[in-house]
Design a protein around this ligand. Structure first.
Ligand code: F6R
Length: 263
């Protein structure tokens, strides 16, 4: 991968990179630096992870760093944002499968340090499992670094429009836009699960550092809204603007409605 990241710092916390690859490498570097910093202190890094198209190149670069630069994930504890519900862990489109395929199968993270909401949790005890998930994050001292993508409706995790700022991990109905975006992967809208378990806005915003990564012109409209429109539950990503610990890393296509294009 090209290691040169040409970026413009628009404000303290919005970085626009020339390409999706450069933006992804930048995010991977931040994650790697946090892992290394914690290891030098003899500590573990609690890392919040996302799925979807956006982080794929980030994970590819982290795997490369593991293979070629000896980056170790032995001091990483991971918590994923969400999982379709109900969906078998072994389903090829489960987020468990996604994470194994794109990251976990290729690095040295301990299996016992990996956490994801579970698409097979018993529905009768779902509320307890969701509470326990948030509790487990707290027991580990909270999330040190959370990686986020953004949905075209402004969702973070699967927190659809209308999600409250103080929402915790819970079962949520998937928004029609979200299901439509997943239809091609599932080979038909009717095969896309109707629900998901997602970390809540509160679970996400308590992270000590948050990186929102957005790539491609499909995200330009929602990035413009997330950064410029009134903060409200109608666009959950606007909540991030109220927090000092958020960094936005965008490629120039995703940033095309908020900045002059790079020359
Ligand atoms: C995935 C997640 C979602 C995605 C968002 C963007 O774990 O929490 O919020 O980040 O739907 O998806 P992509 O990256 O596929 O455009």
């Amino acid at each position: 991968m090209n290691k040169v990241t040409i970026d413009i710092l628009l404000t303290n916390n919005i970085h626009i990179c020339a390409t999706a690859e450069a933006a992804s490498i930048k995010v991977a570097r931040v994650i790697a630096d946090e892992i290394i910093k914690k290891r030098s202190l003899g500590q573990q890094l609690v890392l919040g992870l996302a799925t979807g198209n956006t982080p794929k190149m980030v994970y590819q670069e982290l795997v490369r760093m593991h293979r070629e630069e000896g980056l170790s994930f032995q001091n990483v504890i991971s918590f994923n944002l969400d999982e379709y519900y109900p969906l078998k862990e072994t389903h090829p489109l489960s987020y468990h499968s996604f994470m194994n395929q794109h990251l976990f199968d290729h690095i040295d993270i301990a299996q016992s340090n990996i956490h994801l909401p579970y698409g097979e949790w018993d529905v009768a005890r779902l509320g307890d499992y969701c509470k326990a998930y948030d509790q487990k994050i707290k027991q580990h001292g909270g999330i040190d670094l959370q990686l986020l993508g953004i949905g075209r409706n402004g969702h973070i995790g699967f927190n659809a429009p209308g999600s409250a700022f103080d929402s915790c991990t819970r079962l949520i109905d998937l928004h029609s836009t979200t299901r439509a975006d997943a239809a091609a992967d599932f080979e038909g809208l009717e095969k896309v699960p109707l629900q998901a378990v997602t970390m809540g806005i509160q679970s996400i915003t308590q992270a000590k550092k948050i990186i929102l990564l957005a790539l491609g012109s499909r995200k330009a409209d929602i990035i413009q809204k997330a950064l410029r429109e009134e903060v409200s539950a109608q666009i959950p990503a606007t909540f991030l603007r109220t927090l000092p610990q958020v960094t936005y890393i965008l490629d120039k296509e995703a940033a095309e409605l908020i900045a002059e294009p790079l020359g």
